[in-house]
Write a protein that binds this ligand. Structure first.
Ligand code: SAH
Length: 353
């Protein structure tokens, strides 16, 4: 049984052709799935009955199974889903004054094992399918009943390492015949997976790119992010420069500030230099502690001093506290759950990335 939400519009059109149906059926079905919130083929009332029967013989589109919903004092809501194979994955909804953002997971676990992040602690299990990525958005819209303003690919996993499924999800979400969500209101965050950045550029969509930098020198970055040994800073910077190209595009650097590790004066100076060179925005996020990891959030004074050091060098920066920390839904806390790691299935079969 194929999940209908694994099909791009073009694939759906081909599937309709395969059933000897006219091309406009694909439009109708796409609209039912992503605009009219159908929950069964029965509900697709403008399709002939025999087509609905044919479709239900080969396709399905079950909603993600929810196993837990935790709400934070600040309005953040974390949902835990159980996937068809028993693996667990999380989605976070983050409200703020003028934004309603969903933070999507793209993989179960992560191959990249950043030293400070909870997701990597579990190792990598598998890529999420397109249907599982889109299912997270549909859940927030249809079950939580939230009108989203922003979609960020910043949950568990490395989105550019699951490129095909993430790309397809972005296209379905963006397609006016589908979910119809503005590309500019979507952001993909990467740990600096260089081949992915080059491919991302070729998508030629206005989806934002955010690079998790965390340090502007190789020594510090190597300590924090094993991926830096494969793609050192110079290569990441070259990929960013190429991505920016002739202009038009923008880039954000994310830096999670960790006490005594990357919040020193020289860290700010180096960061200002490379961000200014690329005219990148800088998002600073105070570290959210992960139990068992030896990292701490800097004090408020050190955080402000870091921002000031950037500013005197002409580099603007936003300092935003990660929301949902009381429910372990803050950045890098996904997969933590009262003692039992969320991504561990009953019969774990770890696969090395
Ligand atoms: N793999 C992608 C997307 C997932 S992580 C990436 O690395 O960008 C999303 C963001 O959360 C990244 O910037 C990541 O570095 C940050 N993050 C991870 N652990 C964190 C923690 N404990 N506190 C604050 N931010 C964290």
């Amino acid at each position: 049984m194929t999940d209908l939400r694994d099909l791009s519009f073009e694939e759906l059109r081909a599937a309709c052709a395969g059933l000897n149906e006219p091309a406009f059926r694909a439009r109708q079905i796409f609209a039912w799935l992503y605009q009219k919130k159908a929950s069964s083929f029965e509900a697709m009332t403008d399709l002939p009955r025999d087509l609905r029967e044919k479709l239900s013989a080969c396709f399905s589109f079950p909603p993600l199974e929810v196993t837990g919903l935790t709400r934070s004092r600040d309005g953040t809501a974390k949902t835990l889903f159980r996937l068809a194979d028993g693996l667990l994955v999380e989605t976070v909804f983050i409200p703020s004054k003028n934004r309603k953002t969903v933070c999507l997971s793209t993989q179960v676990g992560c191959k990249f094992a950043c030293a400070f992040c909870a997701s990597g602690l579990l190792g990598f299990r598998r890529d999420l399918t397109t249907a599982e990525i889109i299912g997270q958005v549909l859940y927030v819209r249809d079950i939580l009943g939230i009108g989203l303003t922003n979609i960020v690919f910043m949950g568990m996993g490395e989105p550019l390492d699951n490129f095909d499924n993430v790309e397809k999800a972005i296209r379905i979400l963006n397609d006016p015949r589908g979910f119809g969500f503005a590309a500019r209101r979507m952001t993909v965050s990467t740990s600096g997976f260089v081949p992915g950045i080059a491919r991302f550029k070729k998508l030629d969509l206005q989806v934002n790119l955010s690079v998790s930098l965390h340090a502007a020198d190789d020594e510090t970055r190597n300590r924090l992010m094993p991926i830096n040994r494969r793609f050192p800073l110079a290569e990441v910077m070259a990929a960013c420069e190429d991505y920016l190209g002739e202009g038009g595009r923008k880039l954000t650097f994310e830096v999670v500030l960790i006490k005594g590790v990357n919040d020193r004066p020289e860290d700010a100076e180096r960061l200002a230099r490379i961000a200014r060179d690329l005219r990148a925005k800088v998002n600073l996020i105070p570290y959210s502690p992960v139990p068992g990891l030896p990292f701490e959030r800097p004090g408020d004074e050190d955080l402000s001093a870091f921002v000031r050091r950037l500013e005197v060098r002409g580099q603007e920066a936003t300092l935003r506290d990660s929301k949902g920390s009381d429910i372990q839904a803050a950045c890098g806390q996904l997969a933590l759950r009262s003692g039992s790691p969320a991504a561990v299935p009953e019969n774990p079969k770890p696969s090395e990335g």
